[in-house]
Ligand binder design. Structure first.
Ligand code: PHE
Length: 340
């Protein structure tokens, strides 16, 4: 009996408890109702009477030893587990994915920056506009085709027509109504037109329109401002060309081309061998437009221009499908992340 007790004690001493499973195995083997220790207690009956006392004491000692070992191991395990849940302050952090700026935002900021260097402020206005600010104050005749359902997304038809603005000239009307010349401002923003979506057209796009009103503002000022813009945006070699055009709100009006950014005017398939690329519309503000906003057209003159941000981005980055700008395809957007 003594030998058995010594043997079990040794076994307990050398028992490796490194997991919850080990602990449970240990409990069943040494402490449970069918444990070896319990068995020995059962055998106590057959021990001669005079030895019962000493053997009983040894057995009690063995049981306490097993229990003590169990308790200690349980405590250790719990501690270790706590340890693994603690925050490891020395561990390097996971890298946060860096987002890229949208190409249209990059180009819009660049346009704003170029004009702010020559004194243009930025004005913004609502995307949902009334007829007055989008059309009437801009000298659109009542039956002008641009008001037609084909171009404009109307929100309310009837006496007071409300629509999604078709250009940010509407913002310039608001500026003219609310301030006195000299006015020198650009209005960047999203505009909407009811067009079928394709590589070359979308139902919304972005514009930056400019307005300059003061005494003696001339067409030469307009031309020089646009040449300055073209050179800042596309490089010192950029040239511009003005072609007569028509807008209800400007007279005279012009369409502006820039010398092809690919072939510098020699002719290539981007400029369709003309050497020129159209970039914006412009003109001298029609006196009717000034008067509609209570600006004296005898005292003041002004010029206005408007460009599509997508168009400028297209020329800068050679993106020939407008849909790419709004599809959120990361393969496209990632290309505009600055090198890291
Ligand atoms: N508002 C015109 C457009 O959306 C652009 C433009 C602005 C033309 C100012 C001339 C002068 O097409």
């Amino acid at each position: 009996m003594n030998d058995k007790i010594t043997k079990i004690k040794k076994e307990i001493d050398g028992y490796l408890i490194e997991s919850k499973q080990h602990l449970e195995d240990f409990r069943i083997k040494f402490l449970g109702s069918k444990s070896v220790v319990k068995q020995l207690f059962g055998e106590l009956k057959s021990v001669p009477n005079e030895e019962k006392r000493t053997v009983g004491q040894l057995l009690n000692g063995l049981r306490e030893f097993a229990q003590g070992t169990f308790d200690k191991a349980q405590e250790n395990l719990a501690d270790n587990q706590g340890e693994s849940q603690k925050i490891d302050l020395s561990r390097p952090a996971d890298q946060i994915e860096i987002g890229a700026r949208h190409p249209l935002s990059i180009v819009r900021s660049e346009i704003i920056e170029i004009f702010s260097r020559i004194g243009f402020s930025v004005s913004e206005g609502p995307e949902i506009e009334d007829d007055w600010h989008n059309f009437s104050a801009l000298n659109f005749p009542p039956e002008h085709p641009a008001r037609d359902m084909q171009d404009t997304f109307f929100i309310e038809k009837g006496e007071e027509e409300i629509a999604l603005r078709t250009h940010t000239s509407s913002v310039q009307v608001r500026v003219m109504e609310n301030s006195k010349p000299p006015i020198r401002t650009i209005s960047p923003g999203r505009v909407y037109r009811n067009e079928a979506i394709s590589a070359r057209a979308h139902c919304f796009f972005h514009q930056v329109e400019g307005l300059y009103i003061d005494k003696n503002v001339s067409f030469a000022d307009l031309k020089q401002t646009l040449l300055y813009f073209a050179k800042e945006m596309f490089g010192e070699k950029a040239q511009i060309r003005l072609r007569p055009s028509y807008f209800p709100f400007t007279e005279p009006s012009a369409e502006v081309d820039i010398s092809c950014t690919i072939c510098s005017g020699k002719g290539c398939n981007v400029c369709k061998y003309s050497g020129w690329l159209e970039i914006l519309g412009c003109g001298m503000v029609d006196p009717n437009v000034l008067e509609a906003s209570n600006i004296d057209s005898k005292e003041f003159t002004g010029f206005a221009f408007g460009m599509g941000v997508e168009r400028i981005a297209q020329l800068k980055y050679r993106v020939n499908d407008l849909r790419l700008y709004s599809e959120n395809d990361l393969r496209f957007l990632k290309q505009f992340t600055p090198e890291m």
